[in-house]
Design a protein around this ligand. Structure first.
Ligand SMILES: Cc1cc2nc3c(=O)[nH]c(=O)nc-3n(C[C@H](O)[C@H](O)[C@H](O)COP(=O)(O)OP(=O)(O)OC[C@H]3O[C@@H](n4cnc5c(N)ncnc54)[C@H](O)[C@@H]3O)c2cc1C
Length: 336
């Protein structure tokens, strides 16, 4: 498509993380046309699995839990489809993980959806037809309704350009200012031998707040070296946030080795990832925000809390609201 020729869609969804996918899935299943745009290469957002050399690491969300029947049902379907499985973790029971990686949970929901990865939305401008969505190096998209599921601090800049009803959006965006995140620096390491005596360790008082032997998760390919993921706590992460990934890895490798009883000479691969908006510390407290004309919805985990399930709940709640208003618009009038 040429850069001048805008495409028209019913509902454009920014973000193919759990919130965007849950929303698109529910709308598509109800017969509405959706298009998901995400600047990332792979689907899933913070539900992420990195494959490098012969190794793989879940460097974002480590596992999922379900507190609501709806999400429990989704996880149950994923287990039946061999996309999720139980992971016994050290001392505290069993968690659900994606198989062969956490990103598989996202891929399952994405099946059959109109997904445009590697497409960065740069601005969204309200028009009489809904929204004109500007994309980097691609034609704009015109959408009757737009759902943005980016992390809360990244939403305002997208709506700041050419806002003809600026007051309207400004009011909608006001509650976002109260949403706060913690960053998380994450180390991925492949280490020969295994003397740790645990497959997970959680200690909020330690600079490495979470350590997991990724290769102990079900459905991972058998390797002769163990793969580990270590997440720094919020204080360490904030202190070293602006360092280069290679510097961060160099800092964290000895810390991991000390805790799992390995020598740095046993580390055959290491890399670090910087999650600037990793975990929601202060959520909004409601499942989404919507403009009064129901043409703009804002959602994501930042609405209800720092969990994959919270992102799913937000996405589903947005879809239900869109469907409610779509049906209302299409309802025959009394005198028809
Ligand atoms: C290190 C780490 C560990 C975690 N551990 C757990 C855990 O064990 N269990 C758990 O339940 N949760 C965990 N979480 C939290 C969980 O990952 C998130 O709550 C959830 O995945 C968020 O989903 P989301 O759809 O709201 O956002 P995201 O997954 O962040 O999706 C937002 C998407 O929007 C896209 N985007 C943003 N701006 C644009 C733009 N301008 N144009 C196009 N696309 C854009 C991004 O690329 C991204 O893919 C963890 C998170 C991190 C970072």
């Amino acid at each position: 498509m040429s850069l001048e020729n805008p495409e028209h869609v019913a509902v454009a969804i920014v973000g193919s993380g759990m919130a965007g996918l849950a929303c698109a899935r529910a709308l598509t299943d109800a017969g509405l046309q959706t298009a998901i745009m995400d600047k990332g290469r792979g689907v899933g957002g913070r539900l992420a699995t990195r494959r490098v050399e012969s190794f793989q690491f879940d460097h974002g969300a480590q596992y999922v839990t379900a507190k609501t029947p709806g999400f429990a049902q989704v996880l149950s379907e994923m287990k039946t489809a061999n996309t999720a499985a139980d992971w016994p973790i050290h001392g505290t029971g069993v968690r659900t993980v994606g198989t062969p990686g956490m990103a598989s949970l996202a891929k399952y929901l994405a099946t059959g959806l109109d997904l445009r990865q590697g497409l960065q939305v740069t601005a969204a401008v309200p028009t009489s037809a809904g929204w004109r969505i500007e994309c980097k190096d691609s034609a704009p998209v015109i959408a009757a309704c737009m759902v943005i599921t980016a992390p809360a601090p990244q939403i305002g800049p997208l709506l700041a350009h050419g806002d003809s009803n600026g007051m309207h959006n400004t009011r909608l965006l006001e509650p976002l200012a109260a949403v706060a995140y913690d960053p998380c620096l994450t180390l991925m390491a492949a280490v020969e031998g295994n003397h740790a005596g645990f497959n997970t360790r959680e200690d909020a008082s330690d600079a490495l707040a979470w350590i997991a032997q990724d290769s102990s998760k079900p459905g991972r390919s058998a390797l002769n070296v163990a793969t580990w993921v270590a997440q720094a706590g919020p204080v360490f992460s904030q202190d070293h946030l602006e360092k280069e990934p290679a510097e961060i890895a160099a800092l964290m490798v000895p810390m991991l080795c000390e805790r799992i009883g390995a020598s740095p000479t046993q580390v055959v691969y290491s890399a670090a990832h910087r999650w600037r908006y990793a975990r929601v510390r202060t959520p909004l407290g409601q499942p989404f925000l919507a403009s009064s004309d129901q043409r703009l919805y804002l959602g994501g985990d930042w609405c209800l809390g720092a969990r994959v399930e919270a992102a799913w709940q937000s996405g589903v709640a947005i879809a239900q609201d869109i469907l409610l208003h779509t049906q209302a618009h299409h309802k025959p009038s009394d005198d028809a």
